[in-house]
Design a protein around this ligand. Structure first.
Ligand code: GAR
Length: 189
């Protein structure tokens, strides 16, 4: 059994997809902890309902990114992989150096196009006919680490941004759990 930590800041629909996938022990992955940087984020309720321990971190109270990351590191149980699922922060060297090539991020566009916080809307407003999702290793840049997996999502003419968001999230909920299993238990199933 491999252990993961999930970092999330908001809704947590991807967190919920990971919980659903890994509730089956046959997947060989155990979610050890949720790390959340936003008080009141809906993902916190989802973790409580699933009985998953939570580490809450208040970056402002910590005083700096390095101090906040040290606070997280002190509380993190041993994990094989850290999954950023809607964690809206750029990681610093404290976390990156502690987990080299063991931190992955989900992004709602086909990187290197449309990095940043609003990838779905940026792709939609640009007018691309194909966008998609990316899972990549995390480095110190903004959505710039080595790409692990991508999935295209077509934008049909007349589709609304809200409809595209639904399609993107549906693709995310399938790809991210599959990539985690592949990275941790690839070839063993
Ligand atoms: C997801 O769409 C994820 O790709 C995106 O945040 C959303 C979180 O949704 N991440 C980024 O934009 C990172 N640059 P969720 O809270 O429902 O899982």
């Amino acid at each position: 059994m491999k252990n993961i930590a999930i970092f999330a800041s908001g809704t947590g629909s991807n967190f919920a997809a990971l919980v659903a996938k890994f509730s089956d022990a046959a997947a060989g992955v155990h979610i050890s902890v949720l790390v959340c940087d936003q008080a009141g984020a809906p993902v916190l309720t989802k973790a409580q309902a699933a009985g998953i321990p939570i580490i809450k971190v208040d970056y402002r109270a910590c005083g700096s990114k390095a101090k906040a990351e040290t606070t997280i590191l002190r509380q993190l149980p041993p994990v094989d992989l850290i999954v950023l699922a809607g964690y809206m922060r750029i990681l610093g060297p404290t976390l990156l150096n502690a987990y080299p090539r063991q931190i992955i991020n989900l992004h709602p566009a086909l990187l290197p196009s449309f990095p940043g916080r609003t990838g779905i809307a940026d792709a939609y407003n640009y007018g691309v006919r194909v966008t998609g999702i990316t899972v990549h290793y995390v480095d110190s840049g903004i959505d710039s680490g080595e790409i692990i997996a991508q999935e295209p999502v077509r934008i049909v003419r007349g589709e609304s941004l809200a409809e595209l968001e639904v399609a993107i999230h549906a693709a995310e909920h399938k790809l991210l759990p599959a990539v985690v299993v592949e990275l941790l238990n690839g070839g063993e199933e």
